[in-house]
Design a protein around this ligand. Structure first.
Ligand code: FAD
Ligand code: NAP
Length: 341
């Protein structure tokens, strides 16, 4: 366990915000959880992975705990699948590359998502038609008040569209230490190319029977082309979730906006791309002081270099207000906001 005081925050969040962290504690050994407990109790919500889904509003005056636990291990090997234990501090995309190297399937659509494995269950990371939920077997997590580690099977985690019990009703109660994934073995892979962009790109390359590596390569290429790289321009990916509305609300929306894009969630519910709503309100590529929305993807709020966390938060409020007043739809932030306590 390493404890540092008054650390500049810039390297610890992909927005590149330079808030001061009054105390940064790095957890690199599971045995140190007991020593860490008083710090976690002081402020249980500031548990840090790669910092790619947080907005730090101010200087942080309570301990921030960075989870650096490492290790990837096959713990069960069957004819058609394996169970892989992954410690929370492992980098997500490096895990994806490792799984492809072993020819284990299931993570290929989730290639190139930034961040660490411990944060993956928090919002049930998802992209290109797959969610963590589809491959997650178990989450091991340290209950901060009880001081012991508990295990939760997939179905107990409340995993939904960019949400989980860890993010909602159990918020601030657990530090996730390890996840266990159920991955397919060669001959049993389930290739999912249903997401339009993947299908198009594979067709363009003339690939008709893609392997898991083909899918991963295509996802990486699309992402590199479309999404701003936080190393170049600070951002935390999609700032808002895509709103889910009832079918009858869609009908009302279509009366004034015939061209509104939508995707069916189930027989009653429809997903509207938040990017379209924000774009329609005139926000695409807008620069507001040091912040703004990305020129190609208005769902991504960016730091042009001098933004503060409060400035980015204020912009997100303005966007919420304009979408609500034009479409009657309430946008919900996907990014976790950390403010001084
Ligand atoms: P952090 O930002 O460090 O933390 C996020 C939240 O999880 C915080 O509330 C934190 O307290 C909590 N947390 C982190 N680790 C732990 C732990 N061990 N125990 C308990 N709580 C913890 N997300 C997607 O779902 N799909 C995408 O396609 C996607 N694309 C992205 C693209 C870009 C360019 C960027 C910048 C972000 C993208 N994201 C995407 C968002 C982000 O990468 C994911 O949410 C990722 O899982 C966050 O991981 P992290 O380690 O950076 O988490
Ligand atoms: P996109 O492909 O331009 O599509 C815009 C939105 O429409 C997406 O957010 C997606 O919702 C929805 N969509 C598109 N095709 C769909 C389909 N066939 N079925 C259901 N929904 C569909 O989006 P993008 O920005 O380039 O992102 C591509 C993928 O990466 C998406 O899955 C997105 O969620 C993910 N991503 C997430 C983040 C993040 O920070 N959370 C950042 C970048 C990319 P869904 O978001 O529900 O898929």
């Amino acid at each position: 366990m390493i404890i540092q005081n008054n650390v500049p925050g810039k390297a610890y969040n992909t927005f590149g915000l330079n808030s001061q962290l009054s105390k940064l504690i790095v957890l690199d050994d599971r045995k140190d959880l007991a020593y860490l407990r008083p710090y976690l109790q002081e402020h249980p919500s500031w548990i840090l992975g790669g910092g790619s889904n947080i907005l730090i509003e101010d200087n942080l005056n309570k301990p921030v705990v960075r989870v650096n636990l490492k290790g990837i291990q096959v713990i069960k090997d069957n004819e058609d699948h394996v169970l892989v234990s992954v410690m929370a501090g492992e980098n997500w995309h490096e895990l994806v590359l490792w799984s492809l190297g072993q020819d284990y399937g299931g993570l290929e659509n989730l290639s190139l998502i930034p961040g660490r494995c411990g944060a993956a269950p928090m919002q049930n990371i998802g992209a290109y038609g797959i969610e963590l939920k589809d491959v997650l077997h178990t989450v091991h997590a340290y209950h901060i008040e009880q001081g012991l580690e508990l295990s939760f099977h997939n179905q107990e985690c409340g995993l939904g569209y960019r949400t989980s019990n860890f993010k909602t009703k159990w918020k601030g109660q657990y530090l996730i230490t390890e996840i266990v994934l159920r991955l397919t073995k060669i001959g049993h892979h389930v290739i999912n190319t249903s997401y339009g962009a993947i299908e198009k790109e594979l067709a363009h390359k003339g690939i008709t029977e893609p392997t898991i590596k083909d899918v991963s390569n295509v996802v990486c290429e699309i992402r590199k082309r479309k999404l701003p790289d936080p190393e170049i321009i600070g951002n935390a990916g999609s700032f808002f979730k895509n709103p889910i509305i009832e079918r009858k609300q869609l009908v009302a929306l279509q009366e004034k906006n015939k061209e509104v894009p939508f995707y069916e969630v189930d027989s009653d519910n429809i997903k509207i791309p938040a990017a379209w709503l924000i774009d329609q309100c005139g926000w695409k590529g807008k620069v507001v002081g040091g912040t703004g929305t990305h020129k190609n993807q208005p769902l991504v709020l960016v730091n042009h270099g001098t933004a503060t966390g409060s400035e980015i938060y204020a912009l997100s409020e303005e966007i919420k207000v304009s979408v609500a007043s034009r479409f009657g739809i309430e946008l919900e932030r996907e990014v976790n906001v950390w403010s001084k306590q």
